[in-house]
Design a protein around this ligand. Structure first.
Ligand code: KIV
Length: 292
């Protein structure tokens, strides 16, 4: 399966040429909100991707690929997303853009790269877009980040917001439990979402909240909501690809496994090890015979 280029053989030209990249645009993502409301648009599909091969495999099925800072735990084995750097995000973002041609690619702004001021955020976001070719950035936070969302949006940088459970704030939140269990906290999350949407976010990740909060946000903001641990009523859904592929042993409540790649990799590695130890690999088909 070639997932990077399609050859356009539909013209009268004798030499087929690579079809131009036709990525979903950010305005098209935003417009999905109205289309869903009108009953003419499907919910947005977003998965995380950190590497070129994963991007190639996921791209044909997704509207958006998110280069999430969850790569801190998934790829680097870090204890949280807090230590993730701009350099990591740029390197993985560029790989995902190289491996995709249909989905809009969004890159997470890592902790510490945008909170200090809108100017700091602009510098970091511009660097990510320049070095990767991605279409947009995502940043975590509510009303406090609204001026930054506006600053970037008005200067040509599309921003996806992220409210509810915001993993970069784990040290303040004290864990990854669902948010919004008290009326005050629920009101705060809905207000945060509205502030970020009004500031110009083109879409909003709503993570780890009591379902009624996700429903209220989706009803009241004018950009699409993309849920994770939120509600089927959101305008789209996102999962960490490694979670939905079954690469981890624990299945959090908000995850549905769509494959069992962890056990498949374990079985393949065991079979390889057994073959090597039995000198059954490589066999005659995997070595280069002398030519006589
Ligand atoms: O970093 C990430 O993967 C995310 C998604 C879980 C939304 O932010």
């Amino acid at each position: 399966m070639s997932t990077t280029f399609t050859i356009d053989a539909a013209t009268s030209r004798a030499t087929p040429v690579a079809a131009p990249m036709k990525r979903l645009t950010i305005p098209a993502v935003r417009a999905r909100k109205a289309a869903i409301a009108a009953g003419t648009g499907a919910p947005l599909v977003m998965l995380t991707a950190y590497t070129v091969r994963t991007a190639q495999l996921l791209d044909p099925h997704c509207d958006l690929l998110l280069v999430g800072d969850s790569l801190g735990q998934v790829v680097y084995g870090l204890p949280s997303t807090v230590p993730v750097t701009l350099e990591m995000m740029a390197a993985h973002g560029a790989a995902v853009v190289r491996g995709s041609f249909a989905a809009a690619v969004v890159i997470d702004m890592p902790f510490g790269s945008y909170e200090a001021s809108p100017e700091q955020a602009f510098g970091s976001a511009a660097r990510l877009l320049k070095e990767t070719g991605a279409a947009a950035v995502k940043l975590e936070g509510g009303a406090a980040m609204a001026p930054t969302v506006r600053f970037l949006s008005e200067r040509g940088i599309p921003v996806m917001g992220h409210v509810g459970l915001t993993p970069q704030a784990v040290n303040q939140l004290g864990g990854y439990g669902a948010r919004g269990r008290t009326p005050d906290e629920a009101d705060k999350i809905v207000g945060d979402a509205q502030a970020v949407a009004q500031a110009g976010a083109f879409a909003l990740v709503v993570e780890g909240v009591v379902e009624s909060i996700a429903v209220a946000i989706t009803r009241t903001v004018d950009c699409p909501t993309i849920g994770i641990g939120a509600s089927a009523a959101c305008d789209g859904q996102v999962l960490v690809a490694e979670d939905m592929l079954g690469l981890f042993e624990r299945v959090p409540r908000f995850v549905k496994r769509f494959a069992a790649l962890g056990p498949a990799i374990d079985a393949a590695a065991a079979a390889f090890a057994a073959d090597v130890r039995a000198r059954a690999f490589p066999g005659p088909d995997q070595v280069y015979p002398d030519r006589r």
